[in-house]
Design a protein around this ligand. Sequence first.
Ligand code: AQP
Length: 344
Amino acid sequence: MTDQVPPAYRGPQRVLSGVQPSGALHLGNYLGALVKFARLQHEMDTFIFVADLHAITVWQDPALLANQVREITAAYLAAGLDPDKATIFPQSAVPAHAELGWIFNCVARVGWLDRMTQFKEKSGKHKERASVGLYTYPVLQAADILLYKATHVPVGDDQRQHLELTRDIAAKFNHDFDAPDFFPLPDALTQGPGSRIMSLRDGTAKMSKSDPSDNSRLNLLDDEDAIAQKVRKAKTDPEPLPETLDELKGRPEAENLIGIYAALDNRAAAEVLSEFAGQGFGAFKPKLADLAVARLGPVGAQMHRLMADPGEIDAVLAKGAERARAAAAPTLAEVRAKVGFWGA
Ligand code: AQP
């Protein structure tokens, strides 16, 4: 993937991303996504949605879903997103996502989707029992992004392949409908500290909402004791910490904890290592626990405060949905005309 927006595209620079309301948010979501959103809103026009259409690709209790949407919104606000700067909205409140998603289903090729590793991981051993939506999820993701002609998509490293697919869909649409610079080929902003936070129980698996072990992740709503206990119990190895990053290779759990410390402290991993070189995890873990409590505690507390007033969160979402529908309408109208639909 190139780091540049292709020169043919001359539209404005726009950021779009989202998180699914499918469970408790964790440190990986926070560092890999939310912190980046808050930073980028100061640099570009920013659209951040709550991905409820994506969430229902696996079963969601209808009695809980709307509140889960509010909880993600509270996390956005607690992470520093400002609804006067960024457009914050529920995906399902903008029907154009689903409409463009359908059109892109007819642009994307089955062979492209067959290569998506996340579907293989999420569908497990019984892929014939997975929803069709789970399979076509990356096509809807392309629609989410391209509906706003977003040029920059801040996501964790696990989303890199889906972003490649978005670029393929954009390029094929532009080619098929003879509109070379209609859709931008967006850049995935997957770099930076915290882009790949791994499970506290297994340094080779990503920290994930759907991991059955709650001890595998630090949740944004965990209290201080839970955070400290999970860090204390985090899997490690018996060796002391080395002096260089090279020496961390082959020690995934140690590498992950150093990476988490560095991302939470806004420092380079090499610098953190040089501070702790020669020390064992007995000395390192309490420092990491203190840092995690200091960084995540205020976020969780702010989420609790915001969730105590659902009306305020709903007002943010309603205003954002209105802005998003207005921003999406011209793109969808142009797409309908290009495809040749009646009345377009
Ligand atoms: N471990 C992670 N490290 C860094 N970034 C991560 N993200 C997720 N896990 C990590 C990023 O968080 C954003 C929102 O993710 P999502 O909820 O839309 O979907 P996901 O990637 O499927 O997240 P989870 O938490 O792992 O959920 P489940 O268990 O449902 O699969 C994305 O930008 C993602 O990259």
